[in-house]
Ligand binder design. Structure first.
Ligand code: ZN
Length: 473
């Protein structure tokens, strides 16, 4: 019964998506001469969904959890990608999960942890969902001021015997994945040669080492992303002193790969470290960056620019699930990060941002397809903090903000103007502090409904997986 309900939850919206996509193609083909395009301008008529929602309620336990984090994925970024890719009345895969809410993402001040810092960075916000505790900027799963390690969902899942995976389009040592398998007081300590901000954590000082070292030493079953240069640095203490982090990974039982074909050839069994780029992985799309008034565009983005040697986020997600799910006796915990939504928002690059959001949505679709046949899977889709980009009216000669703009031609065939104005033109745009979207399906999913806090996501997942920590939350 539950199985059929979940399948219909996924299939229904999929048919809407495919209908909408063909309408978009028609709409774009006709845009020059046809002003209607009505097929994508009317949302499906909303009927009474009470029964469907009641059937989707599940207060049971999950065998597995797939957590998908869009870095910098605020409501604005979702709406921008939806308008561009499927039209204002279309729906993305991430729009189809049955339960949604908003959660607050404030962090705390290092100088006085009793006070909030209303705009978080990805390290402190990841610590909140990964450990259930608020911390201050740049910290990864450590307490403000006192550097105490905070137990993470990944560690608790390992203690319970679950298999674990961590996937990102950024460096694997970047803040979001790092919060699950590293405890360190500064996010910049990514490799053994990057330890100036946190000398006491060096292995030569008796510490647990950099983020790259801690990641490998945690024996996470599947690690996929960028950041190879961090893992090529030389370890300065402990049993692997003088070796690179990659060499220490191989010595500890990892298979290490670096190209997309090698990933597709991987078979279940053993631990996998996939490092597909020296730094961050390549972007999916490109286009003109936003500019001062009157801005760039109107433009359509150039798609398909990701290097062929690098797998997409959806491909990494599908493979991670395949590798983690091979043991019927054990469930898994998998984190999947779409990292460059945030990075291209910082750069006021609308096409880069939208392309990464669409790629993230494709990874969500992979998770939903798995859940359609594995109803004991909790799927959660959210962001970590809000960001800069806004949809605004077309700027006028006398009335426009001092920020930068770009106008995009959407799937509706209409112009959409975006503004980036949280810093001076040419400087890195800033995160913002609004509450953001969270969506879920499967066991415990209804607990995202309403306004919750980011730390509640830790409790939700711990409870769904019956992890030790859920008793205290
Ligand atoms: Zn950021």
């Amino acid at each position: 019964m539950e199985f059929r309900t979940l399948r219909s939850e996924v299939r229904g919206p999929r048919s809407i998506i495919s209908q909408t996509r063909s309408s978009i193609t028609l709409c774009l083909l006709l845009a020059a001469s046809f002003s209607g395009c009505t097929a994508v301008r009317h949302a499906p008529i909303a009927g009474d969904r009470t029964t469907d929602l009641a059937r989707a309620l599940n207060d049971g336990h999950a065998r597995s959890v797939i957590l998908l984090i869009g870095d910098g994925l605020g409501d604005s970024e979702i709406t921008i990608a939806r308008n561009y890719q499927v039209g204002a009345a279309g729906r993305l895969a991430l729009d189809t999960l049955p339960f949604t809410g908003e959660y607050t993402t404030y962090v705390v001040q290092e100088a006085n942890p009793a006070l909030p810092d209303y705009v978080g960075d990805s390290a402190a916000t990841a610590t909140a969902w990964a450990t259930g505790h608020k911390t201050s900027h740049a910290r990864l799963s450590t307490t403000p001021q006192t550097d105490e390690p905070l137990k993470t969902l990944l560690e608790l899942a390992q203690e319970k015997g679950l298999r674990t995976g961590n996937v990102t389009t950024a460096e694997l040592t970047d803040a979001t994945p790092a919060a699950l398998n590293a405890h360190i007081n500064h996010r910049n300590c990514e490799g053994p040669a990057d330890m100036a901000p946190c000398p006491k954590y060096k292995k030569s000082a008796g510490g647990p080492g950099s983020i790259a070292e801690q990641t490998v030493d945690h024996h996470v079953d599947v690690l996929l992303g960028g950041g190879r240069s961090r893992f090529e640095q030389t370890i300065d203490g402990g049993p692997y002193a003088g070796q690179t982090v990659i060499q220490s990974a191989i010595a500890q039982g990892y298979t290490v790969i670096g190209l997309a074909p090698a990933l597709s050839a991987m078979q279940p069994g053993g631990m996998l470290l996939g490092l597909f780029a020296s730094g961050d992985m390549g972007l999916e799309w490109r286009g003109e960056p936003a500019k001062r008034y009157p801005g760039s565009g109107p433009q359509r983005c150039v798609e398909g620019v990701r290097p062929p040697s690098e797998p997409s986020l959806a491909v990494m997600t599908r493979k991670a699930i395949e590798l983690l799910d091979h043991d019927a006796r054990r469930g898994f915990f998998l984190q999947v990060e779409g990292a460059a939504i945030d990075k291209r928002d910082h750069a006021a690059d609308p096409c880069g941002q939208i392309g990464e959001t669409v790629a993230f949505d494709a990874a969500v679709q992979v998770a939903l397809e798995y859940a359609a046949t594995h109803a004991d899977t909790l799927v959660v889709v959210t962001g970590d903090h809000a960001h800069t980009s806004q949809i605004i009216p077309a700027p006028q000669p006398k009335d426009h903000s001092p920020g930068v703009f770009s106008t995009l031609i959407t799937a509706d065939g209409a112009n959409m103007t975006l503004q980036y104005a949280t810093n001076l033109p040419g400087r890195s745009q800033e995160h913002t502090g609004t509450q953001i979207h969270i969506a879920a399906q499967g066991p415990q999913a209804a607990n995202v409904v309403g306004v919750t806090d980011q730390t509640a996501l830790f409790a939700l997942i711990a409870r769904a997986l019956s992890l030790e920590a859920h008793r205290a939350t």
